[in-house]
Design a protein around this ligand. Structure first.
Ligand SMILES: *[C@@H]1O[C@H](CO)[C@@H](O)[C@H](O)[C@H]1NC(C)=O
Ligand SMILES: *[C@@H]1O[C@H](CO)[C@@H](O)[C@H](O)[C@H]1NC(C)=O
Length: 400
């Protein structure tokens, strides 16, 4: 064969290979979507066609502003599916337009990619001020911006969530789901706007993401297993939390949590584990917080087994959630509260195998230096540099 026919054969092969792997694009404009209009129907139809396509598909939301009402993007789909957002998707302002507790949900999908430099705008500023929201409870009637329910082997990257009415992102029943370079933005005083809440899910990663919000940047509920939070920049917000645990019956154990290489700035609490007093039984074990920078943070290291907002429980009764194998290592920076390290465990189930190593937290205030408090911590392991000296006064109340 001559050189030319060789080149021709190779080109033909390349074309065949690339068409075999080609992703079919389902552009919402082909379903009637117009900028600055409500595209709920168009985006739903584009999703349905993409999901039914036998091969790799992509739903494209181009760079323009669109309005979308409640939508449930449901699988299973016939092939890998991408939801690519280049524009701004805006939620209805008034909560009364929502059916259920969510704005946009992705459910029962394997190999989902949510991508693009676009944003999901929850228009929360129209809802946060409503009565009953900040004071008593969880704003249960306000919708979560993005839900991922039973989503597997999937990735969410580059997108932005702004001004959710309640949580920005909620992950439930999912496995092998990665959030990479995600941006979350809401004001520091927006109630219950947790950045990413994870529950009953395994192998979830949040990587190189930036979260500024009014509640926990990331919160891990019951059944969170094998979770990696790495390179996350948090603040303002309420830090990175495990819990709160023990409020409900039959909660699943929490285990295998790694929070590594994160920076928290001006947050109310840093890394914390919180459980309700007078609680149902539960377990939280194997949790590691390592290489973390705290800038002007309230209670940078905090285990609180008497978590009880709005005084809705009998806080004198101890928690029945068992906390064990917790490592705080190489955590440094500045504390806005004098008590920089607070480890308050349950009287009936003291914390076991708590390790503090290389801690350097300077108190910002004038009535320094920083202090620590440990209550009901069984033989804590203290190593390396310690500022404040940790668990020097340990109150251990043994039950008979
Ligand atoms: C996890 O999901 C990613 C993204 O779809 C995929 O590339 C990877 O193979 C999955 N891992 C496992 C163990 O299935
Ligand atoms: C907690 O873990 C222990 C063993 O590690 C187990 O015996 C117990 O049943 C667990 N409790 C709950 C509520 O999961």
């Amino acid at each position: 064969m001559g050189l030319e026919s060789n080149v021709a054969t190779i080109s033909l092969l390349l074309i065949l290979v690339s068409t075999a792997n080609a992703t079919r694009v389902f552009d919402v404009r082909n379903y009637g979507a117009k900028p600055n209009s409500d595209i709920t129907k168009a985006v739903t139809r584009a999703w349905n066609d993409a999901c039914a396509y036998q091969g790799s598909s992509k739903v494209l939301v181009p760079a323009a502003t669109y309005r979308v009402g409640t939508v449930n993007f449901l699988g299973p789909c016939k092939g890998p599916i991408e939801f690519n957002v280049l524009g701004s998707i805006q939620s209805p302002g008034d909560p009364k337009y929502f059916k259920g507790d969510c704005w946009i949900s992705f459910g029962k999908i394997n190999h989902l990619t949510v991508s693009g430099k676009g944003e999901f705008d929850g228009q929360g500023q129209t809802a946060w001020g409503r009565s009953g929201c900040s004071k008593n409870s969880y704003c249960v009637r306000l919708p979560i911006s993005l839900r991922f329910d039973f989503v597997t082997n999937s990735i969410v990257r580059d997108i932005t969530s702004v001004n959710s009415k309640q949580f920005h992102i909620n992950v439930f029943g999912s496995q092998n789901l990665t959030f990479d370079h995600v941006t979350i933005i809401a004001p520091h005083n927006s109630p219950n706007t947790d950045g990413i809440h994870i529950g009953r899910s395994t192998n979830i990663k949040v990587i190189d993401s930036k979260i500024s919000t009014g509640d926990d940047c990331i919160s891990l509920g019951d059944g969170s297993r094998d979770i990696l939070i790495k390179g996350v920049i948090c603040g303002p917000g309420h830090g990175i939390s495990v819990g709160s645990l023990g409020k409900y019956q039959n909660e699943q154990p929490v285990s295998g949590i790694r929070v590594i290489g994160c920076t928290l700035t001006n947050t109310q609490t840093g890394v914390r584990i919180k459980t309700w007093p007078q609680s149902y039984p539960g377990n939280a074990t194997n949790m590691r917080f390592e290489n973390i920078i705290m800038n002007n943070v309230d209670n940078p290291i905090f285990i609180n087994q008497g978590y009880c907002p709005w005084n809705q429980c009998k806080s004198q009764l101890p928690s029945n959630v068992k906390i064990s194998k917790v490592v705080f290592k190489n955590i440094r920076g500045t504390s806005r509260t004098k008590e920089a390290v607070e480890i308050i465990c349950s009287k009936t189930l003291p914390c076991k195998n708590v390790e503090l190593r290389d801690i350097d937290l300077k108190y910002n205030g004038k009535d320094g230096p920083a202090t620590s408090r440990c209550v009901n911590v069984n033989n804590p392991l203290i190593g390396g540099h310690q500022n404040p000296p940790a668990c020097t006064i340990t109150t251990l109340k043994k039950q008979v």
